[in-house]
Design a protein around this ligand. Structure first.
Ligand SMILES: CC(=O)OC[C@H](N)C(=O)O
Length: 307
């Protein structure tokens, strides 16, 4: 008899105590949580639909593409409706006719947004190509870039967030966070022509607003000032606003709901910013140990003030 077997009953009994002492594990009959694997499958279907031929086994031709799109849209709708319904019913304590209708409405509305999302993503591909000389080609950006994958998932998840669908937007954003290291809360509002280069360690908080033509590098946090107030601050503007045409270099933290980075700013690496920066400013953190004392300025001048 192994040591483990001597303790089996006791471990089971203690785990039962943990299960019973919390509402987390057992719910009323008929309530099921949304299925994480099904949601990941739906995201994969969205990717195939928006970038046909790049992902999955289907290789639609110009002739078959309309049928492919129709098939994928129908499949996504049929998979998504029940997941949204589960999520709403779980939050609201039971399935009702009205929940079924709301789920169908949210799924339809998301699918009706897809042509607009497709256009936005093609503009994001352009931003990556123009923003990164190492990008190689549009194809490479679509196949491989973590920034594009993260913004693709975000643009889908954000539509569900806007419609107050619980759980699913977060499952989506945390899935792609795990794949890319890029954590974009589904509540963030992000404009056109957005590019995250490299991406590892990027965090974009729930109430962040980002304008058009914004480029950020790895390690950037658009965050909130630290709090212990938790849900009391839910819904309050806690994260910064980044106006159009801003570039933010690596490992910058910009924090706080009142913090606005004005149009056309360039923020040099490692800055820690908790108050607003006027439009067209160039912020650089000087390292006193560097022997070239205008390191930041020279670097910007040498690049011809390109962003
Ligand atoms: C991105 C970030 O700093 O968020 C902090 C916290 N999760 C909030 O949403 O307030």
């Amino acid at each position: 008899m192994s040591h483990f077997n001597d303790h089996l009953d006791d471990i089971v009994r203690q785990l039962q105590t943990g299960y019973q002492s919390s509402d987390l594990f057992f719910t009323r009959d008929g309530l099921e949580r949304p299925n994480r694997n099904a949601i990941i499958q739906i995201l994969n279907d969205f990717r195939q639909l928006l970038f046909p031929g790049y992902f999955g086994d289907e290789k639609p031709t110009r002739t078959s593409a309309p049928y492919f799109a129709g098939h994928m849209l129908t499949r996504i709708y049929e998979e998504l409706c029940p997941q949204i319904e589960l999520a709403l019913a779980y939050r609201e304590g039971g399935r009702t006719k009205s929940i079924t209708l709301r789920a169908e409405e949210a799924a339809s509305e998301l699918l009706m947004e897809l042509p607009r999302i497709q256009k936005l993503l093609l503009i994001d591909v352009e931003a990556a190509l123009n923003g990164d000389p190492a990008a190689g080609s549009r194809e490479q950006v679509i196949f491989s870039y973590p920034g594009l994958n993260a913004i693709f998932v975000h643009r889908i998840a954000h539509e569900l967030y806007l419609r107050d669908i619980p759980y699913i937007p977060r499952i989506m954003s945390e899935y792609v966070h795990g794949l890319t290291g890029i954590d974009i809360n589904s509540g963030a509002t992000i404009g056109e022509y957005f590019f995250i280069d490299h991406g590892t360690g990027v965090v974009i908080g729930e109430t962040t607003t980002i304008g058009n033509n914004v480029k950020i590098y790895q390690g950037v946090t658009l965050g909130a000032l630290s709090t212990r107030a938790g849900l009391k601050l839910a819904g309050k503007k806690r994260h910064p606003t980044i106006e159009d045409d801003v570039t933010i270099y690596s490992n910058v933290s910009i924090l706080g709901g009142q913090t606005v980075i004005g149009k056309g700013c360039t923020i040099g690496g490692n800055a820690f910013i908790t108050s607003s920066i006027p439009p067209f400013s160039r912020v650089s953190v000087k390292n006193p140990e560097l022997t070239v004392d205008d390191f930041g300025e020279k670097a910007y001048e040498a690049s011809g003030n390109q962003q």
